[in-house]
Design a protein around this ligand. Sequence first.
Ligand code: CAA
Length: 385
Amino acid sequence: MNFQLSEDHIAIRDAARDFAENEIASSAVERDKTGEFPYEIVQKLGELGFVGMMVSPEWGGAGLDTVSYTIALEEIAKIDASVAVIMSVNNSLVCWVIETFGTDEQKERFLRPLATGQKLGAYCLSEPGIGSDATQQATTAALQPDGTYVLNGAKNWITNGTTADHYIVFAQTDASKKHHGITCFLVDKGMPGFEIGQKEDKLGIRSSDTCSLGFTDVRVGPERIVGSVGQGFKIAMETLNGGRIGIAAQALGIASGAMERAIRYSFERHAFGKPINQLQAIQFKLSDMQVKVEAARMLIFRAARNKDLGLSYIKEAAMAKLYASRIAMEVATEAIQVHGGYGYVREYLVERALRDAKITEIYEGTSEIQHIVIARQLLKEYEKS
Ligand code: CAA
């Protein structure tokens, strides 16, 4: 067992840190206010290989491991969690699906441009009436006599929703088979009947783009099915297992960024005749933050490493997301407390950490769903033994 980062991992961390500090930080505050999407940053992330990090070089990706991906995501999220989620969705919810389940033709046509940042992807599972209870997909894809499918329905809370080019869409092809009748499709922006809703005005991750989507008689050919007919729900779940590692890393970055700001501030701010970090009340807060951040990082590395080794990572990914998102809220709250009144205003950045942290307890499976996933896996392990 080795707890040290390899030289390659350190190089990736430094490259991501450098990029975040030099290319993302300067516009993060303004984009949080305006909600403007970071087009240029995403393009540069693509050029650096950060949007197709785990995709094989054969398809234009960087061919890196999942541990590298989490290290890069933490660094990006420390500076701007909005950029981190754009990157996470494209990597783990879109590229991974196509590379794992797609045909070579789909990889050439869709994966290559997505992995190199020429195109952006979105993952569409949630619906207006269906979030956690994801087996109940109401969007339908009806098989036509000519072999094409006609999609009807709506999707909600879609990250990269207005900005994506290609959409992974789950739809019911045979309702009688329940979740075994769900199929995964690739849909493109601009297809007739595919309507993109207004960008949502959110509490946090404000410069990432979230919207609802409508499908009215959208006709797609069978060559746009990812995997096989009826395999869609399994694909959706397996994709989210990996996605949860990404969101955990995003949450970790929010937490470690807030912690670092609190530490720096604690040297500058004086009270009772000394820097506040000489007060035990503040030392307790800083030490608690450090323990939580480090524990979250270990859970994330464990999940990522299991994935890289081909071991099961369902429970590990859920544990990493559950814990990292919880401590992101706690650390951000305490970072504000260390800053006192200054923490409550935008200038000191830690209030954004709290607003950004909240969504990590909701998307890619709420904390309540992570509890269910962990408990089910745990009980299965005990049943076997
Ligand atoms: N990995 C692999 N397979 C899984 C799985 C997992 N984590 N969880 C469930 N499955 C499989 C089961 O093995 C089962 O397969 P079979 O029927 O073939 O045996 C099938 O899925 C159905 O599972 P259950 O019988 O356990 O169904 P359930 O309804 O009791 O529970 C659930 C399902 C776990 C609650 C699931 O619906 C779920 O994960 N819900 C949360 C959905 C979610 O995370 N949504 C996030 C939206 S995406 C997003 O946020 C993206 C974004 O833009 C940022």
